[in-house]
Ligand binder design. Structure first.
Ligand code: SAM
Length: 456
């Protein structure tokens, strides 16, 4: 076992994430390959990387106390070495001396020689003197408000704590906030999909709780299963599966229906919609503004024997040139992504509240454009992997106001209950909307919001 190799891979990814805005999930496999890690060490490298990124807010507060300075006054390369060290000291069973020595070495090599090494050594030794519970008390004591305390101890930016609380409160479930914040910090089990009509849930798999297409494997290598089935078995969050099925199963499908996936990249939901379209004699088009992601959509649908044309346009323009043509359109809109923090470890540090107005403006325009592309009686599914009320109920309220009596909101909660194989707890929304809101802590899915809008 090469703990050193795993640490080196994790450190490389941490540096790229904080220095170059890289995505950990895209970079980590390359870092693991470069270090030549076996499966066990690759698992350790993943835990070190994801764990450090998720808990970064908490670790930074601890480092600031131990270093007696704010983290923005620490060299970024040294800071990443410290974060990795603190993660090992407080959240893993790695021996303290090894965690300290290795991180000191990383700081020395990458952050400016002996001075950096001495500093890192002093900070990590201070951290190692206290246990995790005590450190939590110390950072909690330093918080200036209740929300800051919650944010620091659960490693969430305060604006996300507040947005999540508001979204839970809208369902009368504010008391679930601690469970949600905890669930955000736990690596989810890898959820898989067997594309309906094209693949079966393997006999030795554990069926998921709600989506009839979803399952988890009992260990083993999902890549092997994906390859063996030619991509008809894929990795996909169960909430995403429910969102796509809510559209394809909202109403009975008539032969020859035309469907469009307007913001399709990387194509997980497109593949499921393609399988559903194939099974019911519908046709499917897809669109994705980013060419590289459009390429991923083409790969995703390659396993489904259905011709899917993938365009690379701004969704607003793509929809505008197809007025009145489609029966069902998925608008899985770009969003803050604060409902998928379990799976995207760096996401919580990337977006800020300042991003919300631009996103909601784009979401509204995409939904309205999609609505124009519907035939009368057609349905738009407006989906976000964010429960932020501005992105969910706020956009919906604006859509309903703008479209007025042209639009009817279908009961998305009833549709999801119908699709689900087991009882699913979907409380009413305070604003009276019929959207379904999924949650990591309650459903084991990303926090997807699903609304269904029908053109009268
Ligand atoms: C939430 S993701 C979609 C995920 C996808 N449905 C899936 O299940 O794999 C949103 C996508 O919208 C794309 N996007 C952003 N702005 C867009 C626009 N103006 N028109 C179309 N697509 C856009 C992004 O590049 C991103 O791939």
């Amino acid at each position: 076992m090469s703990v050193q190799g795993a640490r080196a891979a994790a450190y490389e990814v941490l540096r790229a994430v904080s220095g170059d805005e890289a995505y950990a999930n895209l970079l980590l496999p390359h870092a693991i390959a470069r270090q030549g890690l076996d499966a066990k060490d690759a698992g350790l490298a993943t835990e070190l990387t994801y764990g450090t990124l998720r808990r970064r807010g908490t670790y930074d507060a601890i480092i600031a106390i131990a270093a007696d300075r704010t983290v923005d006054r620490i060299d970024p390369a040294v800071l990443d070495a410290l974060r990795l060290g603190v993660h090992q000291l407080l959240s893993t069973r790695v021996a303290s001396h090894a965690a300290v020595n290795e991180s000191v070495e990383l700081a020395r090599r990458n952050g400016g020689g002996r001075g950096a090494a001495g500093f890192a050594n002093a900070v990590l030794r201070r951290v190692s003197r206290d246990n995790p519970g005590h450190w939590m008390e110390r950072i909690a004591e330093g918080a200036r408000s209740d929300d800051e305390r919650i944010g620091l101890t659960t490693s969430h930016p305060v604006w996300i704590v507040r947005a999540l609380r508001r979204a839970l409160t809208a369902e009368g479930r504010a008391d679930e906030l601690p469970g949600l914040l905890e669930a955000d910090n736990v690596a989810p089990r890898v959820a898989m999909i067997a594309l309906p009509g094209l693949a079966e849930v393997p006999d030795d798999a554990t069926p998921a709780r709600f989506a009839p297409t979803a399952f988890t494997t009992r260990g083993g290598d999902p890549e092997h299963l994906i390859r063996e089935t030619g991509g008809r078995v894929r990795v996909q969050d169960e909430g995403s599966q429910l969102a796509a099925l809510a559209l394809s199963r909202a109403l009975p499908v008539r032969e020859g229906e035309r469907w469009l996936d307007l913001c399709a990249g990387p194509g997980g939901k497109t593949a499921l919609l393609a399988a559903e379209a194939l099974a019911h004699g519908a046709r499917l088009d897809a669109n994705e503004i980013a060419p590289a992601r459009a390429g991923l959509v083409r790969q995703a649908v390659a396993s489904v024997p259905l011709e899917v044309e993938v365009s690379e346009e701004d969704g607003r323009e793509r929809a505008a040139r197809s007025a009145g043509e489609y029966d069902r359109i998925l608008v899985d809109a770009p969003c803050t992504g604060i409902g998928a923090l379990r799976r995207r470890p760096e996401a919580r540090w990337r977006k800020t509240p300042a991003d919300v107005p631009d996103l909601t403006a784009l979401q509204l325009e995409l939904v309205l454009a999609a609505f124009e592309a519907l035939k009368p009686g057609g349905v738009v599914a407006y989906v976000t992997c964010s429960p932020h009320l501005a992105e969910t109920s706020g956009v919906l309220a604006e859509v309903m106001r703008t479209l007025s009596d042209e639009v009817e909101e279908l009961d998305a909660r009833a549709v999801v209950r119908e699709v689900a194989v087991d009882d699913i707890d979907l409380p009413d929304q305070a604003d009276g909307s019929l959207r379904a809101q999924l949650w990591p802590h309650r459903h084991g899915t990303d926090a997807m919001s699903i609304a269904l809008l029908r053109k009268r």
